[in-house]
Design a protein around this ligand. Structure first.
Ligand code: ZN
Ligand code: MN
Ligand code: MN
Length: 284
């Protein structure tokens, strides 16, 4: 009946090499994928061997993945909001390396968390620090788009308000190279009540009125352990958490999201095939 384009997948393992990720995604029925472009627990990594890049591109093509349905996730070490110059510089270098890997692998978007000054600076100063970091990364890398993920607002993480993402985009020199990703668990924990179609619509209208919907390029689909406004970044399998199935039904029925990769980061990896099948069914 529908001729919608719905990309649903998961953040799959790239263990053994990035070229293993596409087959891992295909194995679970994914039509979208996320991966770490390198070991996410270290600041530095060796450049790719040319054969690894070729193998990755071949595997992507073989399994139907491309720059439209794939979005790597950056290291959790990166903090462009840090007041500590050493950490800030390491974050810029690390993110630039990951963005350049993203481009090398024929993808365009790199998802990352905006960052935090750990409460040392006020919101505006922290957002300006993040924007300045983005400018530095852009200047170091040809091509690629940095994708700001909304957060649960745990600690004093920026990005729990969509307006924070909008402000960062306003402050950067090249806003065409910045986009956003909505994580459903983070949004709910940050206080956006997306348990119903009406609640989801309100969030999308907020995006339309701030960054614009064209800036929304991807979604992370996770249910939430914490309640509404709990500010807890704790993911649950789809339907098992506080958002619940009706919320995800509204999201999957929303054709405004067509063509945007939707990525599971839910904790029970064995259940991904079942969760992906369920989400696809809700969209049909
Ligand atoms: Zn994330
Ligand atoms: Mn996420
Ligand atoms: Mn999270």
């Amino acid at each position: 009946m529908s001729n919608r384009t719905v990309y649903v997948g998961a953040h799959v393992s790239a263990s053994g090499g990035v070229f293993n990720a596409p087959a891992n995604a295909a194995d679970i029925g994914a039509t979208a994928l996320s991966l770490f472009t390198r070991n996410q627990r270290q600041w530095k990594a060796k450049p790719y061997a040319p054969e690894a890049v070729d193998a990755f591109k071949a595997a992507m093509k073989a399994h139907g993945y491309n720059g439209d349905n794939s979005i790597p996730h950056s290291s959790y070490l990166v903090n462009l909001g840090s007041t500590d110059d050493e950490i800030w510089e390491k974050s810029i270098a690390g993110l630039a390396d990951e963005l350049s890997r993203t481009v090398q692998l024929d993808m365009r978007w790199l998802n990352f968390h905006p960052g935090t000054s750990k409460g040392e600076w006020d919101e505006e100063r922290t957002l300006a620090r993040i924007a300045a970091g983005i400018d530095r990364v852009h200047a170091q890398v040809q091509g690629g788009v940095l994708v700001l993920e909304n957060t649960a607002g745990q600690g004093s993480a920026m990005g729990n308000r969509i307006e924070h993402l909008q402000r960062i985009i306003e402050l950067v020199k090249d806003p065409d190279r910045v986009a956003i990703c909505i994580d459903t668990c983070h949004a709910f924990a940050a206080g956006y009540d997306i348990r119903t179609a009406g609640g989801w619509d309100e969030l999308i209208k907020l995006v339309e009125g701030t960054t614009g919907l064209d800036k929304l390029v991807a979604l992370h689909l996770n249910d939430s352990t914490g309640g509404l406004g709990s500010r807890k970044d704790r993911h649950k399998p789809i339907g098992d958490g506080e958002i619940g199935l009706e919320g995800f039904r509204a999201i999957m029925e929303d054709s405004r999201l067509d063509g945007k990769p939707m990525i599971l980061e839910t904790p029970e990896v064995d259940r991904w095939p079942e969760e992906i099948a369920l989400l696809k069914k809700l969209a049909s």
